[in-house]
Design a protein around this ligand. Structure first.
Ligand code: PLP
Length: 417
């Protein structure tokens, strides 16, 4: 990477609060896949709303610099750009799992023998809980209706052909495919357009969980033809713990009044919302799936973060992300043979910022390595039974930090029992 590029990157980095050790040393923070760092400007955007509340009270709903009544609309352009969607296809609301439930209420409509849902085996537990609960909610049996596709024996990653085959085999018994954009544990990125095509070919609805994909890899949700998607904004989107989530509903459903939905007043057409009429009059597009008025204080930091994304642009971030993961991959490959295995695909098109490595040996050995990395000031995470997840984030991590991580890994493995 050229010096100029590193300079530009350092300018972005300066806009984030970087955690330090108790001794005051800056930590190498490679946990943006779990909780992104705080944009310094978040203090101001939150403070502005505290100020509106303090000085205007309820009038802040309709006056002030960003009236709360359409506060979520300030997120729309940023979400649409990152999701590859039309602006009326996206909305900021609720939290991720909540959104999965609300969207499945509309798009998982089991009928007759078409009632199965395909997910990946090893899905993030919350997603599996949500799908199993939806199946049971319809009075069906998850043991029969929940299909889980596992990698082949001895493999960690799913093959695109196997996903196609599983969908084709389920055929007209399939009501829904729910799939991640990037797998949380392995870091594998999927060809979403291909999965959506296969699902729609057999007449199933298709939804994506973009928790680990949004703000990380380029997305083209509209083009993909997916029915819906949901994401959180506290991982690569740096909007803070418990921040407001996001949802996508494809344009072809924008005006559908026939779809059942679990409505609330915030999904009513804003033009008539405050008439307080008894009949629900759905807003056009994804906005019509809103339920409650949005949490202003957990939306405000997202505005600060999306402003940075808008300025830098995902293509530049992606280019830098690829350089960072390539450098980290080289560090991993330079470790003593057979000590670790890189699980994440080596093809950059099939991964985002996160690399997952399995530590050879016992669980204790892996835990020891993780503890040693932590002691070296490297913040990454450990997932049982033996995987380290390491994510250099292009907005705030540097090549130097990647090299430091490589040295720390070498020392940690040498010192492990
Ligand atoms: C992070 C994550 C979640 C977390 O769900 P919340 O509803 O935001 O608590 C769920 N699913 C996946 C795949 C995730 O990566």
């Amino acid at each position: 990477m050229s010096a100029n590029r590193e300079d530009a990157a350092t300018a972005w980095r300066a806009r984030f609060a970087l955690p330090r050790s108790t001794a005051g040393e800056p930590l190498v923070y490679f946990c943006g896949h779990s909780l992104g760092l705080m944009p310094l400007a978040a203090r101001q955007t939150v403070d502005e709303e505290l100020e509106s509340w303090a000085t205007l009270g309820i009038d802040a709903q309709f006056t002030g610099r960003r009236p709360w009544v359409d506060y979520a609309s300030h997120v729309t352009a940023g979400f649409a750009a990152l999701a590859g969607a039309l602006t009326h296809e996206v909305v900021a609301m609720n939290a991720l799992t909540v959104n999965l439930h609300f969207l499945m209420a509309s798009f998982y409509r089991p009928q007759g023998t078409r009632r199965r849902v395909l997910v990946e085996a090893g899905a993030f537990p919350s997603d599996r809980h949500a799908v199993a609960a939806q199946i049971a909610w319809h009075g069906l049996d998850p043991r029969e209706c929940l299909l889980e596709l596992a990698p082949r024996e001895g493999e960690d990653l799913l093959r695109a052909d196997d996903i196609d085959d599983a969908i084709a085999r389920a055929g007209d018994s399939l009501a829904l495919v729910l799939w991640p954009g990037v797998q949380y544990l392995t870091g594998q990125a999927f060809d979403l357009a291909r999965i959506a095509r296969a699902a729609r070919h057999v007449g199933a609805a298709v939804g994506f969980d973009l928790a680990h994909a949004i703000g990380n890899i380029p997305l083209a949700l509209h083009e993909s033809g997916a029915d819906f998607a949901a994401w959180c904004s506290y991982k690569y989107l740096n909007a803070g713990p418990g921040a407001i989530g996001g949802a996508f509903v494809h344009e072809r459903h924008a005006q559908r009044r026939d779809l059942p939905r679990l409505s609330g007043w915030w999904g009513n057409d804003p033009a008539t919302r405050f008439r307080m009429a008894p009949e629900f009059d759905a807003a056009r597009g994804a906005a019509g799936w809103q339920v409650s008025n949005p949490p202003i204080f957990s939306t405000a930091p997202l505005l600060a973060s999306l402003a940075i994304f808008a300025e830098v642009g995902l293509p530049r971030l992606r280019e830098r992300s690829i350089a960072l993961t390539r450098a980290l991959e080289a560090e991993i490959d330079a470790l003593p043979a057979n000590e670790v295995t890189l699980i994440t695909p080596r093809d950059v098109q099939e991964r985002g910022a996160q690399l997952s490595v399995r530590i050879r040996g016992s669980r204790d050995r892996g835990r020891h390595v993780h503890a040693a990395l932590t002691a070296h000031g490297i913040v990454c995470d450990w997932r049982e039974p033996g995987i380290l997840r390491i994510a250099p984030v292009p907005l705030y991590n540097t090549i130097d930090e990647v090299h430091r991580c490589g040295r720390a890994l070498r020392d940690a493995l040498a010192g492990a029992p």
